[in-house]
Design a protein around this ligand. Structure first.
Ligand SMILES: *Cc1c(COP(=O)(O)O)cnc(C)c1O
Length: 420
């Protein structure tokens, strides 16, 4: 098992088990059941500190990667702001006690009520994505809302070289105002002329799971040409730093990424305060998901299927993007992985797979705990109740203490919204 894919505070105990944050992951799985998300709390904190060291209070965590009240509190206590992209994310961040001014409101189709909630919470910035949104804000301010401090989201027309579904900086995109056609300049003119908004900066986000840092440098070059003449206070380059998920992948650290961005911004003469919005690179490698093996089906001459007690409802990334993962046994993380098997979930479709060709120990058997690393981002947050499967709990581990921060759903939760 490639060790660098595990959380920072992972170790092997005297009993041979994987420990995270000083907690025996086998015991955590026994105590809270499976599937379970086990987070290394200090890993999350260390990533936040890296971002804050490079960008101060312009370091903003993209909550869509992973959000619950404990996470919102943790990120805020480390000095980051929080980016929320819907009324729901705004609601959770506020419920966690994060003050409105430390929030940034995103979204390509914010409703009037979402904007109204954001204005009422006095969020630090609203990142405006369309002319319709400017209309909505003007109506709300005319009706008595306080004026909004806004950034305009623009598409710089660069390819992020990542999966099509998470590329957002190219001209052919639903997001933002296009720079190359002059629409972005028209949006700036409109915002500057409006009494309802105070334009304080420009925003771009080129995509997610981006390994090629030159894509960010290219975006900064376009943004320097576009935004600098306006002399605005802020320039936010979004998130998107990739993380390794499988053996052989490598990515820069947040600190290295920060250094590259700051240098690239300097090189093209950007004087505005540079901001970032990392999500995945904060949370992904902080967690593993632990499942229990329920069936092993050997098909002679075809393959072996190993079914676990979760699947696309706790990790839809393999189905959505064809993403790869590694697998290992938390009871023996150092075991040699000599067999290949397909790790699948318990949902009623063939597409419900977690690892297409998993290298696993030959001993892997029914009843074993089986874990996938790097599931801290876009796992729980993208999860569903498909097949009425209950969403797993979240456990934060630190200094040998395992803290349940989100409990497992119950059958009663499944009926909470069901009225008849
Ligand atoms: C998704 C998103 C992010 C975070 O992206 P990561 O790849 O998770 O770092 C940041 N900003 C915006 C606007 C986003 O949509």
């Amino acid at each position: 098992m490639p060790w660098h894919l595990l959380p920072e505070n992972a170790s092997v105990g005297d009993n041979g088990h994987l420990y995270i944050g000083g907690c025996d992951t086998v015991e955590v799985a026994q105590e809270f059941g499976t599937p379970v998300f086990i987070y290394d709390e200090d890993h999350l904190r260390a990533r936040c500190r890296e971002a804050v060291r490079s960008f101060g209070n312009s370091a903003t965590y993209a909550t869509k990667a992973f959000l619950c009240k404990a996470m919102a509190k943790l990120v805020h206590s480390e000095g980051m702001k929080l980016d929320v992209a819907t009324g729901g994310e705004l609601h959770v961040a506020l419920a966690a006690g994060v003050p409105g001014p430390d929030l940034v409101m995103h979204g390509n189709n914010k409703s009037e009520s979402e904007l109204s909630e954001a204005l009422a919470a006095e969020v630090g910035h609203i990142v405006v994505d369309s002319f319709e949104e400017l209309d909505r804000i003007e109506r709300l301010v005319a009706a008595g809302s306080p004026p909004a401090r806004i950034l305009l989201r623009v598409t710089p027309g660069v390819e992020a070289h990542t999966h099509e579904f998470i590329s957002t900086g190219q001209d052919d995109s639903k997001f933002g105002f296009t720079v190359s056609t002059g629409v972005a300049a028209a949006a700036v003119a409109r915002a500057m002329a409006s009494d309802a908004v105070e334009l304080v900066g420009i925003h771009a986000h080129i995509g997610s799971q981006v390994f090629r840092v030159d894509s960010f440098a290219k975006a900064l070059e376009v943004l320097a040409g576009f935004a600098e003449p306006y002399g605005l206070e802020h320039l936010v380059i979004g998130g998107g730093l990739g993380v390794p998920y499988v053996e052989g992948e490598e990515a820069p650290s947040i600190s290295q990424w920060g250094k590259i961005l700051i240098q690239a911004a300097q090189d093209v003469g950007i004087k505005a305060k540079l901001g970032i919005e990392p999500g995945r690179s904060i949370a992904a490698a902080a967690a593993i998901t632990v499942y229990t093996v329920g069936t092993v089906k050997q098909l002679e001459g075809i393959r072996t299927y190993i079914a676990v007690d979760g699947g696309m409802s706790d990790n839809p990334r393999p189905v959505l993007y064809g993403s790869g993962y590694e697998g290992f046994l938390p009871a023996d993380p150092l075991a040699e992985r000599t067999i290949t098997a397909r790790v699948v979930g318990k949902h009623c479709e063939t597409g419900d797979l977690l690892i297409r060709d998993a290298a696993l120990p030959a001993s892997t058997a029914v009843g074993d705990l089986l874990a996938t690393p790097v599931t801290g981002a876009y796992g729980h947050s993208m999860g569903s109740n498909y097949n009425k499967v209950l969403r797993p709990p979240i456990v934060f581990c630190r200094d040998g203490d395992a803290r349940l921060v989100v409990r497992r759903e119950t059958y009663a939760d499944l009926l909470q919204t069901d009225l008849s």
